[in-house]
Design a protein around this ligand. Structure first.
Ligand code: CO
Length: 502
């Protein structure tokens, strides 16, 4: 076989695994949205079958042989950068998947399903002791898996690298310490300000039919293509899909339009990324998102930097009033913007404001890092959690369901995932700083509803490169420097001093 033939054979095998992934996504979307309740067992069988086929295909020794043939080929150097990157990504995935014994893969899948199930029950019964032994099991298995992948690294760093290639716990510790130093005084200034917003207007009754019209209005404003997407309803909003079929979900509460409004903006930001990946890369390894942190930068850019900005509401309020009729007819731009950006330390991460949000993440990171090194045990988890919430956010946790049991991530074995949420904030403010150099009329564009130049900038700089570079390299290409949290702090200080007037 010539080099070209080997390469084509390899990429056609990879295309199959990527296709299976897209099928799994759609089945999962259906599972979360419209599947009849009694279809659960049948669907579980379908999921298990596809997972088995996918694992067999990704660990097929033919892939290993082809990789070896290609990489040792005397003409390897003649391959393009895109082809070389594809090979690098295929090898990275193959090495990882083949290092972990398939029995352990199956054991983790079963245990994570069980832990999630027990977590749900324990949360309902407000009983951490019920959850604790299952959490301990999934923690041990996850550690074991990390050790198989790379015995020379700390397990936490192995796991982190899967979500955010190139990131280490040392870098995160440094970044998060800088964040903490900037955020804590800013939060203090906001909460002690005498100028507090009236948030009752956010709780006005807004019929779901009207909220659905708001959803499609936002989708069209941010260029989320609904002919290649859809907006459905689930308890926890999410995005799933690839290129021409990228779906988002939200949830509607009559007395809380903000919840669905910003869920749609957030998920539409994720969806834009998937819809605008470079089409030349379709069904190849580079034709994928770069990392979870970069993905989150896209959702938070749309949700917060655009969607919660005073400039956006200068433009959008008249449209909003037209859709909502009498409900908000008396509302002024500044009072709405202030209410939407109220800073208040709280117990729950998912409803936290833009300023306190990262502290929720920092707490989780510090705990999971120490859990994985064994510095703390699951027995101590609630007390460590509660102490950190008191220290960092000044809130008292009386009930573990509002504390350590609020998130599903650890139950599912996703240790090392949380930092990507905060990285998204750091990345997007750094990207904004670079964007302002190209689009100096940024604020004017938003005020006049011309969001396309802004979104197109993101498409060119972030979406089109897809997975050509790991995050450190991508950030350097976009912004000219390595990840730097100072831009996020500066962005918050500027925005909130203006809103609160200090
Ligand atoms: Co997100």
């Amino acid at each position: 076989m010539s080099l070209k033939e080997s390469y084509n054979k390899l990429t056609s095998l990879i295309e199959e695994t990527l296709l299976i992934g897209t099928i799994q996504n759609i089945l999962n979307w259906d599972f979360e949205t419209y599947m009849p309740p009694k279809g659960v067992e049948q669907r579980a069988k379908q999921f298990a079958y596809l997972a088995k086929v996918a694992h067999e295909k990704t660990t097929d020794p033919i892939i290993g042989n082809l990789l070896k043939t290609i990489m040792e080929h005397p003409e390897y150097r003649t391959l393009t950068d895109i082809e070389k990157r594809n090979l690098y990504l295929i090898k990275r995935e193959y090495d990882k998947e083949t290092r972990v014994p398939s029995e352990l893969v199956a054991e983790i899948a079963a245990q994570s399903a069980k832990t999630i199930q027990v977590w749900k029950e324990a949360k309902k019964e407000k009983n951490y002791l019920l959850y604790k032994p299952e959490l301990n099991k999934i923690l041990a298995l996850t550690k074991k898996r990390a050790h198989y992948i790379n015995p020379n690294l700390e397990p936490f760093d192995v796991l982190l690298d899967e979500f955010e290639p190139g990131m280490t716990s040392d870098i995160i510790t440094k970044l998060f310490n800088e964040l903490k130093a900037g955020l804590i005084p800013l939060i203090e200034k906001c909460i002690t300000s005498s100028n507090q917003p009236d948030i009752s207007l956010l709780k006005r009754n807004c019929p779901i039919e009207i909220q659905k019209r708001l959803s499609t209005s936002i989708a069209s404003i941010v260029n989320y293509d609904l002919e290649r997407g859809s907006i459905d309803e689930t308890e926890h909003p999410f995005t799933t899909g690839y290129y021409d079929d990228v779906r988002i979900t939200t949830h509607y509460y009559e007395n809380d339009f903000v919840d669905s409004f910003y869920s749609v903006m957030h998920e539409a930001g994720h969806a834009l990324y998937e819809q605008n990946l470079n089409r030349d890369f379709l069904y190849t390894s580079v034709g994928n998102y770069c990392s979870l942190g970069i993905h989150e930068s896209q959702s938070r850019f749309i949700e917060n930097i655009l969607g919660r900005s005073p400039e956006f509401w200068e433009y959008y309020l008249p449209i909003f009033k037209k859709i909502t009729g009498e409900i908000f007819s008396d509302v002024k731009t500044h009072s709405l913007v202030h209410a939407l950006n109220r800073v208040i330390p709280s117990k729950i991460r998912v409803t936290a404001d833009e300023v306190t949000y990262c502290l929720h993440i920092i707490i989780r990171f510090e705990i999971e890092r120490d859990l994985l090194t064994g510095k703390i045990s699951v027995d101590e988890l609630p007390s460590v959690w509660n102490r950190k919430y008191k220290d960092y956010l000044g809130v008292d946790i009386e009930d573990n369901t509002e504390g350590v049991m609020q998130d599903t991530h650890w139950a599912g074995g996703a240790f090392g995932y949380f930092p990507t949420y905060a990285l998204g904030n750091i990345y997007n403010a750094q990207m904004l700083n670079a964007m302002l150099k190209d689009l100096s009329n940024f604020k004017e564009l938003i005020k006049t509803g011309q969001l396309s130049p802004i979104i197109n900038w993101m498409i060119e700089k972030v979406h089109k490169p897809a997975n050509m570079y790991d995050p450190p390299e991508l950030m350097k290409r976009i912004t000219g420097e390595e990840i730097n949290p100072k831009y996020f702090i500066q962005y918050l200080e500027k925005k909130y001093s203006k809103i609160y007037g200090f």
